[in-house]
Design a protein around this ligand. Structure first.
Ligand code: GLA
Length: 391
């Protein structure tokens, strides 16, 4: 963490030839449970992780936005007057998309008047792995959102900043994602997950209690492709919307377990399985929240694994690599394991006794080698604080 902050500050100085006004940072996230439920108005339980994107930012005395980063060898420059989502390309669509979204009237009367704010120079650096399903994109969006909210003195609250991040992703980047990632990145707390009702947008922290239980959460990044602007995610979302339309309900949030037999009669087989995943996953999130507070994290393993099986069999967004990571983790002492994030590649998580950590690494490395898959990146994550000014 200290390293990226120092790096971002030094790179800002080198590139822009002055000191930044400040540093802001936004974390990536792991979704503990509640997958593909956010855009169905359902429940999610992600947490912010101790991997962050840092934004070094300084105000300019003209109307130019300039953005550069440690992950792309490019300086992108744009006049605020030309800031439109169609004009944004590649990685810079994330930070500049947020700048644009902050001016959208949808954020309410407190949306920024982009005609009245100064230009800024931004340098971004990050230790959130890209493409792992750990929301490196939300980390950028939220670091930039809190930074611009401060330097442009917008006074927007965190819900509005989360929506700005989502708007950037949906409109500038073109990925039709829900609001989970940005909410986790903005509302994260040390040692706690964020329980979010995606319909009311009410959220509250839920203590994880991992250290007290002698447990840790390990990420297994399979280093396989994961791109939410691609078709798979969009298709799944369309299936869920079709299911809700056919059933005559506003969204799949309005279907419960008792409604599944009727849904099975009216939906085609595939659409039914997509809907069944969402309905059972919402139930699993509520059960996880209850078990965490009543019995602690040692009690949630089976639910995590059930979530994986549902994503694999009903929602069909897992991959052979993710399945192998999950089954191998379960075979060597994990209490539960599941893919995390949108799927089609990316990362799995395993909940296991701290003492089994090295055993898991060896087992996963061995299993992946045996299958001829490239070696995954395996690391522990801790629930961490949300996006904030970082001096
Ligand atoms: C991605 C999206 C989220 C959510 C998950 C699946 O992370 O950005 O909005 O839909 O996939 O749970």
């Amino acid at each position: 963490m200290t390293d990226i902050r120092d790096d971002a500050r030094a790179a800002f100085r080198d590139l822009f030839d002055r000191e930044p006004d400040g540093l802001w940072s936004g974390p990536g996230r792991v979704n503990l449970i509640g997958e593909h439920t956010d855009y169905n108005d359902g429940f999610v339980l992600p947490f912010a992780i101790d991997r962050r994107t840092v934004a070094a930012v300084a105000v300019r005395d003209d109307r130019i936005l300039r953005v550069a980063s440690g992950f792309a060898d490019e300086l992108v420059e744009l006049d605020l007057a030309n800031l439109a989502p169609e004009a944004l390309r590649g990685w810079s669509a994330y930070p500049l998309g947020v700048a644009w979204a902050l001016g959208e009237s949808e954020l309410g009367e407190r949306g920024a008047d982009l005609g009245a704010v100064p230009g800024v120079d931004i340098f971004l650096d990050s230790d959130v792995p890209v493409g792992a399903g750990l929301s490196s994109s939300a980390a950028i969006e939220c670091a930039v959102a809190v930074a611009l909210n401060d330097v442009w003195q917008l006074g927007l609250n965190r819900k509005a900043l989360a929506r700005a991040g989502q708007l950037a992703e949906n409109t500038a980047v073109g990925a039709p994602t829900g609001i989970m990632d940005q909410t986790a990145s903005l509302f994260g707390e040390e040692g706690a997950a964020v329980f979010l009702d995606c319909r009311s947008l009410e959220s509250r922290p839920v203590r994880l209690g991992l250290a007290d239980a002698g447990l840790s959460l390990i990420v297994i990044d399979t280093a396989t492709a994961h791109n939410l602007a691609d078709g798979g995610y969009r298709d799944r979302r369309a299936s869920c919307e079709l299911a809700a339309r056919t059933l005559g309900i506003p969204s799949l949030r309005d279907l419960d377990l008792d409604g599944l037999p009727h849904a099975k009669e009216v939906l085609d087989e595939v659409t039914f399985r997509r809907a069944r995943h969402v309905v059972t996953e919402n139930r699993r999130v509520l059960d996880t929240v209850r078990l965490l507070s009543q019995e602690g994290p040692g009690a949630i393993g089976d639910i995590l694994t059930a979530s994986h099986r549902s994503l694999r069999d009903d929602f069909e967004v897992s991959t052979p690599e993710l399945d192998l990571a999950v089954e191998t983790a379960l075979g060597c002492g994990a209490l539960g394991a599941r893919m995390t994030g949108g799927g089609f590649g990316g990362a799995a998580i395993a909940l296991l006794p701290e003492t089994e950590d090295s055993l898991l690494r060896v087992a996963i490395d061995g299993a992946f080698a045996e299958h001829g898959y490239s070696q995954p990146d395996i690391f522990r994550v801790n629930a961490s604080v949300g996006a904030r000014r970082d001096t």
